[in-house]
Design a protein around this ligand. Structure first.
Ligand SMILES: Nc1ncnc2c1ncn2[C@@H]1O[C@H](COP(=O)(O)OP(=O)(O)O)[C@@H](O)[C@H]1O
Ligand SMILES: Cc1ncc(COP(=O)(O)O)c(N)n1
Length: 268
């Protein structure tokens, strides 16, 4: 029987469907991996910002992880919003048993500017969860929080990727350049070489959930057994198309278009 690629996301929710668990599951589905999810926080949010948050207990996160891990294969998984230290402890205890690659999207602040992680938890994430990850995908502000220094140029981005791997023990680091001027260029350091992934900057305000969708696409491709560099390359095309055809929905920063590859018609 054909093996079904299975991808898991451990993240917060977005009832308006553009970010978090909802974006991840849509992306897994679109890219033909079987999607599974463990919810860390229920977030009342939409394209304009975050209205309220309810955190799951660490016990409930562990129970959800047990439900998945005792019954289902996980060929790759990602983490997104993990708001506090007890949640991080619960997650790090369970994920060490998962064999598939781990993609960490170190979610800290929503596009709207609302904080999604407690300040004291940032260092804990870096010291305790990051070393378990095969890939971390910070945007520029997240890279600055993780390394406690300014990242302003492409040279800074490349150095930051190397520092995350060599000093903090993550397998590979992809620094995303959505927040600097010019080309939308991302740099991946895999422990050996720097690889760049570039796209023309698209003039759109529909960027809600961009980081979630990108890391979910990488996770989907990894769950299918594609190598890291190829997974990032395909995911970059996916996120660029999703931004190019982004939906004009909501009154704030609209969601990206998870169906975009059908419109672009490129092969996966
Ligand atoms: N306006 C844009 N045009 C094209 N690509 C973009 C644009 N904004 C972001 N990207 C790309 O989208 C991905 C997410 O990047 P970024 O915005 O930095 O992350 P986040 O959503 O986590 O803040 C990266 O590949 C980045 O280069
Ligand atoms: C639950 C959750 N996780 C992550 C984000 C970040 O979204 P973005 O990719 O726009 O920075 C979000 N808004 N909500």
């Amino acid at each position: 029987m054909k093996q079904i690629p299975c991808a898991l996301t451990i993240a917060g929710t977005d009832p308006s469907g553009g970010a978090g668990i909802q974006a991840d599951l849509k992306t897994f589905q679109e890219l033909k991996s079987y999607g599974m999810s463990v919810i860390t926080s229920v977030v009342a949010q939409n394209t304009t910002g975050v209205q309220d948050v309810l955190h799951m207990t660490p016990e409930m996160i562990s129970r959800q992880l047990d439900s998945v891990l005792t019954d289902m294969p996980v060929h790759a998984f990602k983490t997104g919003m993990i708001a506090n230290i007890p949640m991080m402890e619960a997650i790090s205890e369970k994920i060490i048993d998962i064999k598939g690659p781990y993609v960490m999207d170190p979610v800290m602040v929503a596009t709207s500017g609302d904080a999604l992680i407690e300040k004291e938890a940032r260092a804990f994430l870096r010291e305790n969860l990051l070393p378990h990850a095969d890939l971390v995908t910070p945007n520029i502000p997240e890279t600055e929080f993780l390394l406690d220094k300014k990242v302003e140029t492409v040279t800074d981005m490349k150095l930051a990727a190397k520092e995350l791997v060599h000093t903090y023990g993550v397998g590979a680091a992809l620094i995303k350049g959505g927040h600097i001027k010019g080309e939308a260029i991302d740099f991946l350091y895999d422990g050996q070489d720097i690889h760049s992934f570039s796209a023309h900057r698209i003039h759109t305000t529909s960027t809600h959930g961009t980081g979630c969708t990108y890391s979910a696409a990488i996770t989907a491709y990894l769950s299918q057994g594609k190598p890291l560099i190829e997974s990032v390359e395909y995911a970059k095309r996916f996120i660029t198309a999703s931004l190019q055809h982004a939906f004009d929905l909501g009154t704030g920063n609209g969601p990206t278009n998870h169906w975009a590859i059908r419109e672009e018609g490129f092969r996966q």
